[in-house]
Design a binder for this molecule. Structure first.
Ligand code: CA
Length: 221
């Protein structure tokens, strides 16, 4: 999952980025409204955390522009603790959730995960499908109810993305975009390498290769 974090307080941005990365997100940071608006319009994000008080362009304007351009990425806005009008304004321009500052990182993470689940139409607390159960807190997977197996950070990101998009053809480029942040420069065959690792852990049948197109999760090869 690739996440855009829009927050102009450098120390808050740094600490949130680290926490979100260890929760398995590829995180791009924007420190002002103009950069945020640009990144959100040109890169593909799975979710956005958007502070409202920003230099250059207010968060509400950023969100309004995205929604006007039919960009429906799920957005959590960060508001001042008691500013109820900010929450109302946020929802009016198309925010999906809000969190008042200051907040506990655990609450932000829980809201991010809940919003992603809602967005993908899932009601169950764990991500499950095709005999796999993915524990997003522990970053483990169990196959057919067996013992949970630990995943590496990239294995976890990749498998979660596959499990949220079963039956869809996902190209290598698309997967790269949703698993790595802007400032990383992964090798071109990295997706292949990690798909093969997942196959070794989970069995060969779960991720099918579509020659010249990409991969499909949950469809027999
Ligand atoms: Ca701010």
């Amino acid at each position: 999952m690739r996440l855009l974090l829009v927050e102009d307080d450098p120390s808050l941005s740094r600490s949130l980025k680290l926490e979100l990365e260890s929760a398995g997100f590829a995180v791009d940071c924007a420190m002002d409204g103009e950069v945020a608006e640009f990144l959100g319009s040109t890169e593909s994000y799975d979710i956005v955390i958007l502070d409202l008080g920003l230099p250059k362009m207010p968060g509400l304007e950023v969100l309004r522009r995205w929604r006007q351009a039919e960009n429906h990425v799920p957005v959590i806005v960060l508001t001042a603790r008691d500013a109820w009008h900010e929450k109302v304004d946020g929802f009016k321009v198309g925010a999906d959730d809000y969190l008042g500052k200051p907040f506990h990182t655990e609450e932000l993470l829980a809201r991010v995960q809940a919003l992603l689940k809602r967005f993908h139409g899932r009601m169950q607390p764990q991500l499950a499908g095709c005999g796999l159960t993915l524990d997003e807190d522990a970053q483990t997977v169990s196959v057919n109810g067996g013992r949970p197996e630990q995943l590496t950070a990239i294995e976890f990101r990749l498998l979660r993305y596959f499990m949220l998009h079963p039956g869809k053809v996902l190209t290598r480029t698309h997967l790269l975009e949703h698993i790595y942040q802007c400032d990383s420069d992964p090798a071109s065959n990295v997706i292949e390498v990690y798909v093969n690792r997942l196959r070794r852990k989970l069995g060969n049948d779960l991720i099918a290769t579509r020659r010249g197109q990409g991969y499909v999760f949950g469809e027999k090869a």
